[in-house]
Ligand binder design. Sequence first.
Ligand SMILES: Cc1cc2nc3c(=O)[nH]c(=O)nc-3n(C[C@H](O)[C@H](O)[C@H](O)COP(=O)(O)OP(=O)(O)OC[C@H]3O[C@@H](n4cnc5c(N)ncnc54)[C@H](O)[C@@H]3O)c2cc1C
Length: 481
Amino acid sequence: MTQSYDVIVIGSGPGGYIAAIRAAQLGLKVAVVEREHLAGICSNWGCIPTKALLRTADVLHTAQHAKDYGLTLEGSIKPDVKAIVDRSRGIAHRMNNGVGFLFKKNKVDIIWGEAKITKPGEIVVSKTQKKPVEPMGPVPKNTLGEGTYTAKHIIVATGARPRALPGIEPDGKLIWTYFEAMKPEELPKSLLVMGSGAIGIEFASFYRTMGVDVTVVEIMSQVMPVEDAEISAFAKKQLEKQGIKFHLETKVAKVEKAANSVTATLEKKDGSSEKITADRMISAVGVVANIEGIGLEAVGVKTDRGFLVIDGYGKTNVPGVYAIGDVAGPPLLAHKAEHEAVICVEKIAGLPNVHPMDKLKIPGCTYCNPQVASVGLTEAKAKELGRDIRVGRFSFAANGKAVALGEDQGMVKTIFDKKTGELIGAHMVGAEVTELIQGFVVAMNLETTEEELMHTIFPHPTISESMKESVLDAYGRVLNA
Ligand SMILES: Cc1cc2nc3c(=O)[nH]c(=O)nc-3n(C[C@H](O)[C@H](O)[C@H](O)COP(=O)(O)OP(=O)(O)OC[C@H]3O[C@@H](n4cnc5c(N)ncnc54)[C@H](O)[C@@H]3O)c2cc1C
């Protein structure tokens, strides 16, 4: 007999699993279809395992600088690649088990297999054709299997996969995607990273701290191209001090493979070219959405540049079919997927006062050393939009806590609308800024002004005081600089 649900979610990543749990909380009968791993890319191959690797890099970096803190370390400290990767994979598996537990607790059915929409309100689940990236653990217990299922509402949360450039396709051996970069068997001596978005820069930072000779190639004029140019330049300088080499406005035109190395031909904007040889290369040139083979053509769901087109509540053009997360377009971030999930499900459940997604208030974080975090408009974007702005800056070098921590390389930049005093952008680089940015996100969500921020008391001594000083600086009232 065909099982019927109020909501079926395809994909159990941060978009899918949060949608399922919120729908269950609202009293809807829910199932999630998953073909490979509970918790999606984020917990298995993205946010969490990279942060585990980067934590190892932080510990190594601190140990290497023990002398700066008055400590003598006897003997040498060396990375043990297998132990580092095992720790990261162990953490990924723990998070993935956690999602299985949450489904059980919230009475969400898991359907194991590959989902395809056959008509509005109906999906067929078949045995997955996708080869898992690493041997799968046991399929979670008590899952449903292949068959036909119906639902009033189908939410597509199928995520994305690495983009491959023609002629430079990853082969998993010499040219890696994030999958292979996440679990190296040994450290290469040299590494070429193609693309300096968050994924490329995080891996560059990790491998450089592990002692690898790292070169980053970026086609745009700055690293982390979506970030504020000043913050990006600051981060680049720090990463260069650590030994990372950058080629900006440069494209990898061709890659020749040898037995145990690659030679890339780099073409610069000025027409010149050069060749670089490295043991391994990471292709980090973005992702493509998983829109194929899920029956979208059958029901006529609209796409644009490879992503599903949705409104602010996750609705596609086809009634009863919704999309959230990476498959529904940028920014390709887990917290964006999660928030879209909640909005979408609350709208389905008919809750009052559901606010549509406001993409300007989605923070972005890169966990390299130094970290980078931002929300809202960059200075360049604000000017491009014709906004009359005031800009404040504050350096960590003048912040007591940052200096005490030995982390005085950083800055906070704030951007205000000159007329209204509204905070329209905040950009940070330095220690723990990925934790600090949330203060500005809350402020922006409350449509705060400079006045309210100046009247907010920040604890002393904390790096967060730099946030307030940056606000004061925008209004000519900075105290500690
Ligand atoms: C290396 C790396 C680091 C990252 N770091 C961060 C970070 O620090 N912070 C951040 O916010 N974001 C980060 N991201 C991005 C983040 O992982 C994604 O934005 C997030 O996972 C998207 O969630 P999602 O639910 O849309 O899709 P996914 O997490 O991709 O999940 C989709 C799920 O759908 C399943 N699926 C697909 N098709 C089918 C089908 N037909 N039937 C059944 N199941 C199907 C897949 O198996 C998968 O489990 C990182 C990504 C990478 C690659």
